[in-house]
Write a protein that binds this ligand. Structure first.
Ligand SMILES: [Zn+2]
Length: 153
């Protein structure tokens, strides 16, 4: 992924889109999350390729609007956003740095569950759905704190 970005002749466009964060997880940009696939400029039109985190995620509409707004503000008025569904987005696309920031924000990353507060792995799932449908509500048995865990896709 980073390779594609550094090889891009549109590095500037990637930088602009770093401003677009996930509305539910403001510490992660759409690039950090692996939603942003590619950006290109063709005849004054910016073409953006995104992969939704999972189909029907309500945040995607907001993200699409935020992409358009960020580019428009940077002077690009013609924007085309294409959704790429294959390969499907997976939480494996979150790198170590993204997982760390997620944890600091109080959300456990996907996969092996550890309490973002105290690091204990002695946790119980309270509900399959947390604050949003892409997270589960968990509770730490060590410190009793409830927390959200990003589901694995
Ligand atoms: Zn804990």
């Amino acid at each position: 992924m980073n390779q594609r970005r550094s090889a891009s002749r549109c590095a500037e466009l990637f930088d602009i889109l770093d401003e677009v964060k996930d509305p539910e997880i403001p510490v992660l940009s759409i690039w950090d999350l692996g939603i942003l696939q590619d950006v290109d400029l063709e005849n004054e039109t910016v073409r953006v390729v995104i992969t939704p985190t999972y189909s029907g995620c309500p945040a995607m509409q907001q993200i699409t609007q935020d992409i358009e707004a960020a580019l428009r503000e940077a002077g690009f008025t013609s924007v085309e956003i294409k959704q790429q569904l294959i390969p499907a987005w997976t939480t494996d696309w979150l790198d170590a740095d993204a997982r760390k920031r997620l944890r600091e924000f109080g959300i456990a990353g996907p996969g092996k569950t550890a309490c973002p507060q105290c690091g204990s792995t002695d946790v119980t799932q309270i509900s399959e759905f947390g604050s949003t449908s892409c997270k589960s509500l968990m509770r730490c048995n060590a410190c009793q704190e409830p927390f959200d865990q990003f589901k694995r896709f």
